[in-house]
Design a protein around this ligand. Sequence first.
Ligand code: HEM
Length: 389
Amino acid sequence: MAKAKHTNTTRDPGHGRPPASTPPQGVLERYAKISSLNYPVPAHGRTLAYTLGGITFVGFMVLFASGVLLQQFFDPAPERAYTSVEHLVKTVPGGAFLRAFHYWAAQAVVLTLLLHLARVFFGGAYKAPRTLTWYFGVALLGTALFGSYFTGTVLKWDQESFDALVHYRETLKTLGPIGTFLGSTEAVSLNVKLFASHVTLLPLVLVLLIAGHFYLVHVLNLSPLPFGEDSARATLPPDRMTGTFMEHTRSILLYGAIYYGLVAVLAWAIPAPLGPPVSGEEMSIKPPWPFLWLYAIENMTGRMDSMVHGIVTLLLVLAVVPLLDRGPERNPMNRRGTIAAGAVVLLTLVGLSVYAAITPPQMHHHEGMSPGMPMPHEEEGAHHDDTPH
Ligand code: HEM
């Protein structure tokens, strides 16, 4: 019934209106040619597995919006950062929710980012012609996780932040002259610098990398399914692209709305953690879950700088994947060596994380560490009193 009614509807063109055969043009069509996004993509672009990258992107938007609001209440100076966070959550209406939402959205984004990577790896989507898309992805992982996520954990300036900052200093030492340049704290405290990076430099780098990533996804289109007759095909023939990019986008928005809606519920139920204020002593508090495997490596080597080696090794392992697994075949059943190697890496990371989570915290040696070693707050203490109260 409804269908018949719909098809029978004809518009009276009237004066200056388009003829009845021309579909009515909405504002978005008229001013933004939105129909150009209706280009064909494979039908599986609507499935959850193929919308994980898009859901990650929606998460960046959510983080940006909530971050801009948070920034209005946050004071990055080390002597005021902790109290400004406390003030936000205790006195500003909706402040605790806002902070928790940004916090939980960050965890959710890291999760979908990793799941997206896993899907791309499992389905061999890094193979030619999408190898450059993969390298943009590796750069995105490095920037999002070891840049944005890390700097975000330092800002609140509690004891965990302090320990994270000690690690950051150690990282700078391994970077030679670049580290010396970045770490010279004469005029600006390290955590003010990290705040600046968190809200300006890193989002800009992310936007540029995402632009490159999306451009490549657009021109190369989505890879065919890695199973069945298309598993060695680089691209689906045009007549088999039965979905559209608009449908793909609609699925992303639908799944994204559900996912970040659940994040909002989580944020309403569970506040973002805020540890004890900085004591001035390193306590080796365990890091957030995405960095636990690095903490485990430090436990085993006893050295803080092994964290840098861990990060570099992970990124290098990801970088060599397309170089080692060549050829057009993407079916996981025919790439058992690659899948087994991936499983070993994954199990190692999960195993290390579980080990770090269940063992008691340990102190890790770092160069020049001694009871009298100047800690970040002491060096900066010439200019600031770092104790938060
Ligand atoms: C900030 C993080 C990222 C965002 C926002 C993002 C976004 C996207 C989107 C929207 C797509 C197309 C739809 C989809 O496959 O889900 C895509 C595809 C792709 N991404 Fe990502 N991605 C990110 C990180 C990564 C990472 C870490 C890797 C791997 C190291 C990666 C590698 C790829 C590849 C190879 C494709 C093509 C997949 C195919 O055609 O089947 N991406 N990405």
